[in-house]
Design a protein around this ligand. Structure first.
Ligand code: BGC
Ligand code: BGC
Length: 764
């Protein structure tokens, strides 16, 4: 049994202050543990976690405690002990694990074992674990972290799922939870039990290189899906539990000019009402860990913000898990931000602001000495050290690492390789958004005998997978990843008698397109991650626009499939006969797109973000505030709005009915909406429920999502769906421009909006 004392997973949340108080006064027992008597409390799995942590902290010396505060990239212990990777290097393992007592290890993007198989991953984490336990005086295990952000994506042969932005288009928290659970099974099997996922940032600027790593531009949708991912990741029912990380706290998605890690500036009102809620939802779902925003907000690097990391996260939200820095962000305070004079000062600032663990690149040998010096100088209190180390240890106890530290390499390949392909296919198909379908160009039918497939992403797995796929920036040159491209998927899934030809050359494709029944052109962007993936001009490349235009001129119906991490301005490629957004659908993406194009799956995806019509209007999102802005592009200038998405059937939604017309701020409204499938195919309808205000002191957007549901409707079927809307979702920060608050639901007139129809209510 892995969580010995726990009746509920969350029970480990001990009154940490109590542990700290105890440990701070306890004498440090530095001698070896006597083996004659009963095992020490911390080794006794029947004891509560709080008691085990307190007992262990009481036995640890300062160096050992300081070690728990560092997480070091595995490359530091491989090959040349810098960046080379390769076989584990025992000398460097000694430095990291025995001399510096590192409490955790991570594989940054692309850091794999010498041979990249699940079995070798399990052997790697076991070897590091064994070394750490054997060479630490008290036998303390490490935790191994990884960015498994769309499946166990660093591992060759692991199924890669649709990226977060695509999953956002499903509006389906249950499905997103299933994907997280599948990822949990794979990561747990290789001993990587700390997953730096989900991203709870919201996407409001198409230029930002990490747009695709978010779920949505909407705080409610993003928060719900992040919360589902936390629950799925930390669900230990089918094997070892994994710790989730809510990142990047807070406001990371708001760099002022759209470039990754550029400082952001935002009002307290925007921070509280728009940015924080998604993280809060994910934290409330029980997240074990939180990662800090690598950027600066309002002139203060998030890593040094006591307001964010202690006042909001700890005091207001009651979070008592582990806060981890982002990559190298302690050192960056000195070398990039010039917000600390030296490493010692930087360490003190970050730890005192509320960071428990520093994530370090493989060339960092300075953190531990700097931390020791900060402690000796009294810049960091013993109490704070105990608190941070205690939280890391508590997490290790919770994950069962003291009692059951190793995984079985013999099982890893079987659990990971090609696992959950059906789920990946389903998730990718459900996230596809049909945006245009002139003259029912889709689905393709039996009379489409000859289909030409072309475009730079039609037969290109790296483009289809995006960043964080084997490599940090995407699939590295020369690496063959198993998976199905769109061209392959169409061939494999075509009905008997239909010929699918993949034509790579644009001129030949145009030529052959002339005689075809349909052309499928797959366009998009190249993979990338972080700043490397920033796109100051987020438009479809000119040559791809041209290709679509030339194909259109043949007169053959053109089906345009976009595989990209963000909606791209389409320009000349904006009016194909059919337009399908497939996002970054993962290794099963080719099958999934084929399922939708051939009509095996009726598309139900809805845009979780806004699709810009032209360049230059970012930040762009549907919650634009009203005002006398009158230029043609000055408000909400989109090709497709937030929530857009067609189906192969037709739906109607009726007037919403409310359970109450006068409510208090703590009540929950039940919104009942009549829905019907008025077409000839079964389908799934997403029903977004918005709120609006006829008048409001603090500006309220034209509409704001306050609830949603998905409903399956057979052809011709009608139903009444109910959506619960807690009135607290309408809360905004009150007051003048300074936004002194408090955040509250302003009394007055409101409306619930579904489609074009409205229902009035009043908040008392
Ligand atoms: C990213 C994080 C990631 C970490 C570890 C950082 O650069 O910002 O999202 O978890 O690297 O790979
Ligand atoms: C690491 C990534 C990390 C990035 C930060 C890379 O070297 O592999 O995990 O996110 O650096 O810039």
């Amino acid at each position: 049994m892995r969580f010995p004392h726990g009746s509920g997973r969350r029970r480990w949340r001990s009154p940490l202050a109590l542990i700290i108080g105890f440990a701070a006064t306890a004498t440090v027992l530095t001698g070896p543990i006597s083996s004659a008597s009963a095992p020490p409390v911390y080794q006794d799995s029947s004891k509560p976690i709080a008691a085990r942590v307190a007992d262990l902290l009481g036995r640890m010396n300062t160096e050992e405690k300081a070690g728990q505060l560092q997480q070091i990239a595995v490359a530091r212990m491989q090959g040349d002990c810098q960046w080379s990777g390769g076989e584990l290097n025992t000398e460097c393992m000694k430095e990291v694990l025995a001399d510096q007592h590192a409490g955790s290890v991570l594989s940054g993007g692309g850091m794999t074992p010498a041979k990249n198989t699940p079995k070798e991953w399990a052997k790697l984490t076991n070897a590091i674990q064994r070394y750490a336990i054997k060479n630490s005086r008290l036998g303390i295990p490490i935790i191994y972290g990884v960015d498994a952000v769309h499946g166990h994506n660093n591992v060759l042969g692991a199924t890669m799922f649709q990226q977060q932005i695509g999953l956002g288009a499903t509006w389906n928290p249950k499905l997103v939870g299933d994907v997280a659970r599948a990822t949990q099974r794979a990561t747990a099997a290789t001993g990587t039990v700390w997953n730096f996922s989900p991203v709870a940032d919201i996407a409001r600027d198409h230029r930002w290189g990490r747009y695709y790593e978010t779920y949505s531009e909407d705080p409610l949708l993003a928060g719900d899906l992040a919360a589902s991912t936390v629950k799925g990741t930390e669900d230990g029912t089918s094997g070892r539990q994994v710790a989730a990380t809510v990142k990047h706290f807070a406001g990371y998605s708001q760099p002022l000019n759209g470039h990754d890690r550029v400082p952001g500036d935002m009002s307290l009102r925007y921070l509280q009402d728009t940015i924080l809620p998604a993280y809060k939802k994910a934290v409330d779902a029980g997240a074990d860990t939180v990662m800090v925003n690598s950027g600066a907000i309002n002139g203060v690097p998030a890593h040094t913000s006591k307001y964010l990391l202690t006042d909001v996260l700890r005091k207001q939200w009651g979070f008592d898990g582990v806060v981890i820095s982002d990559w190298d962000d302690v050192e960056y305070l000195v070398t990039k931000y010039r917000a600390a004079a030296d490493y010692t000062e930087a360490v003190a600032k970050v730890i005192n602001a509320g960071v428990d663990v520093a994530m370090l690149p493989p060339d960092d040998r300075e953190f531990h000495p700097a931390l020791m010096s900060a402690i000796k100088k009294g810049l960091i209190s013993r109490k704070r050290l105990n608190e941070a180390a205690g939280r890391v240890l508590a997490l290790k106890f919770k994950l069962g690492l003291f009692d059951d530290p190793y995984v079985d390499p013999a099982k890893a390949d079987k659990i990971v390789l090609g696992a959950d392909k059906k789920l990946a296919r389903k998730a990718a198909a459900e996230s596809a958004v049909l945006l245009r379908n002139e003259n029912n160009a889709l689905p393709l039918t039996n009379s489409d005998r000859k289909i030409v497939v072309t475009g730079p992403s039609a037969n290109n797995l790296p483009n289809q997978l995006g960043g964080w796929s084997i490599g940090w920036q995407g699939v590295p040159e020369g690496v063959e990843v198993p998976g199905t491209t769109v061209a392959q998927g169409l061939k494999k899934n075509a009905p008997a008698g239909t010929k699918v030809d993949y034509v790579a050359d644009p001129d030949k494709a145009v030529q052959q397109g002339k005689g075809a029944d349909a052309v499928v052109v797959v366009v998009g962007e190249k993979p990338g991650a972080e700043g490397e993936s920033d796109a100051p001009r987020p438009a479809l490349a000119a040559d791809q626009q041209k290709l679509v235009q030339r194909l259109k001129a043949t007169g053959t119906p053109v089906i345009e499939v976009v595989l990209a991490g963000r909606p791209l301005v389409l320009g000349k490629a904006a009016d194909p006969d059919a337009l399908l957004m497939g996002w970054l659908p993962g290794t099963e993406g080719g099958h999934a797109i084929a399922d939708v194009l051939f009509g095996k799956v009726n598309p139900s995806g809805r845009l979780p973000v806004s699709w810009p019509k032209s360049l230059g209007n970012d930040p762009l999102h549907y919650q634009q505030l009203p005002g006398p802005n009158s230029g043609p592009e000055s408000s909400y200038h989109v090709a497709y709005p937030f929530g857009a998405g067609l189906s192969y059937t037709t739906f109607e939604t009726g007037r919403p009915k409310l359970s109450d017309t006068v409510v208090g701020p703590k009540r929950t409204l039940t919104v009942t909406v009549p829905v019907s499938n008025t077409g000839k195919r079964d389908g799934v309808l997403v029903v977004p429920v918005y709120a609006a205000r006829p008048s409001s002191d603090v500006l309220f957007p034209d509409k704001q999502l306050v609830g949603y549901t998905r409903v399956a409707l057979k052809a011709g079927q009608s139903k009444q769906v109910e959506v619960e809307v807690p009135v607290s979702r309408l809360a905004v920060t009150s007051g003048d421009i300074t936004g002194q608050g408090p955040k509250k639901v302003a009394p007055g007139a409101y409306q619930i909006v579904v489609g074009e129809k409205k229902a009035d209510f009043t908040v008392r």
